[in-house]
Design a protein around this ligand. Sequence first.
Ligand SMILES: [Zn+2]
Length: 144
Amino acid sequence: MHEWSLAEAVIEALTQVMEQEGARRASEVEIIYGEMMELELDILKFALEELSKGTPLEGSKFTFNEERASFRCNSCGHRWDFRQVHELLPEDLWVSEPDGGRESPIHFIPDLAQALMVCPNCGSRDFEVESGKGLRINKVILEV
Ligand SMILES: [Zn+2]
């Protein structure tokens, strides 16, 4: 449930910008969030709505865009994406479901991806997350 604390941070950052700019309203706010965050968008939207009540952000339109995760190996320079990560995990870490299906553990604990992953090309653990982490406000349309 990190959605509520994220929403709080977003509202706080936006309120500051609006004060600095002397804005009355923010008609539109565009948020970019990383694929690795595995956000529940519905919860985030709801939290933003609730937390903006009674603030200048009440009634602002929030839009969301997902940023795909990608990784780059520091040893060999190979790049890969989050889709492949699921296939690269050791077999015994997968979670069995009652209906016989399997669920990647990353679905439950995104941080696992970084802890368990190795470069699919050379096997190195020395890699960087190029994109797909975190959340940022990409665009705000202010009304002064
Ligand atoms: Zn590599």
